[in-house]
Design a protein around this ligand. Structure first.
Ligand SMILES: [Zn+2]
Length: 114
């Protein structure tokens, strides 16, 4: 397993931020999941908002961006990113993701009322 320094982690979080920016809100699905916290289905990512949202979202983005990585490599990278990257970058990631999901949930609710 290759080791990741702070610079590698900065590159990875920027890739995660760009993925979240690029994908439309339907790519990310909020769902109450059993046993797992998130799932990467390649065409979309499921996230359980009840379970460690930021870490899980980064984890599933890493799977998507690095399909050749093993589960243990993804877990290692996720932990390195959370510990190495500055809070500002983490919040940039989570705020873009959250605002997309917020708008989606709001529209869902609005459409139900009609
Ligand atoms: Zn995983």
């Amino acid at each position: 397993m290759k080791s990741l320094n702070k610079q590698d982690c900065d590159v990875l979080i920027v890739k995660c931020i760009n993925l979240v920016k690029k994908q439309d809100s339907n790519f990310f699905v909020l769902k109450k999941l059993k046993k797992v916290w998130g799932m990467c289905y390649w065409d979309w990512i499921e996230l359980d908002p009840r379970k460690n949202f930021i870490v899980t979202a980064i984890h599933e983005c890493l799977h998507y961006l690095n399909p050749d990585w093993s589960e243990s490599m993804v877990m290692y990278a996720e932990s390195r990113i959370i510990n190495q990257v500055e809070f500002l970058k983490l919040m940039e990631f989570v705020s873009i993701l959250s605002s997309k999901l917020y708008i989606k949930e709001k529209n869902k609710k609005r459409n139900k009322k009609k």
